[in-house]
Write a protein that binds this ligand. Structure first.
Ligand code: URA
Length: 209
């Protein structure tokens, strides 16, 4: 699918299988999510722009590669996005963080905004929006729009699992924002859950069910 990258690294797929299992504990789920998010972060940042810096090694000078431009922004869609955030910050500790507070009304499946806090200079930065589940895409579409309204112009969306319906809706709403995911599952069920999926990601990582 155009603009969609499925991260099929064996370690990602292996860990995802254990996250899907219903008998995986809260502690196990959280640990796996932290590990897998580091691997997903590695892939979503694979083609970042580079420049060089003149440095001196103990042996001689060289033009050494470094990331170009301002620090990245990781934008977490609360609350489940925070599960992806932690592992990503392990890998890119200098990244800036935006929090977008949206919850999904379980009746209407529509996103409801309750919090937004982001760095002011979004325009100059790559913004990687994270939420483990791209289901109906309502929250993702709204979160990206909120970030664009505050100036973000260079965005990527990273999730763990996606439903085909969600990917299609998201790409239609934001064709300029590429999607990265570990899996595109079969479909959404009538309650808005991804099938086969892994259940409610927030509940599984925080033990709230
Ligand atoms: N959100 C979740 O946590 N799980 C789903 O399956 C869909 C949305």
């Amino acid at each position: 699918m155009d603009g969609v990258t499925v991260i099929d690294h064996p370690l990602v797929q292996h860990k995802l299988t254990f996250m899907r299992k219903k008998e995986t504990s809260t502690a196990g789920f959280r640990r796996l999510l932290r590990e897998i998010s580091t691997l997903l972060c590695y892939e979503v940042t694979r083609n970042l722009e580079m420049t060089t810096e003149r440095i001196e090694t103990p042996i001689q000078g060289m033009d050494a590669p470094i990331l170009e431009g301002k620090k990245l922004v990781f934008a977490s869609i609360l609350r489940a996005g925070n599960g992806l955030l932690e592992g990503m910050l392990d890998l890119v500790p200098a990244a800036r963080v935006a929090h977008v507070g949206l919850y999904r009304d379980h009746e209407t499946l529509q996103p409801v905004e309750y919090y937004f806090k982001a760095p002011e200079d979004l325009r100059d930065r790559l913004v990687i929006v994270v939420d483990p589940m791209l289901a109906t895409a309502n929250s993702a579409i709204a979160a990206v729009q909120m970030l664009k309204d505050r100036g973000a112009a260079n965005l990527r969306f990273l999730c763990l699992l996606a439903a085909p319906e969600g990917v299609e809706r998201f790409r239609a709403a934001h064709p300029d924002v590429p999607v990265y995911t570990a899996s595109i599952d079969s479909h959404l069920n009538e309650k808005g859950y991804i099938v086969p999926g892994l259940g409610d990601a927030g509940d599984r990582m925080y033990g709230t069910k």
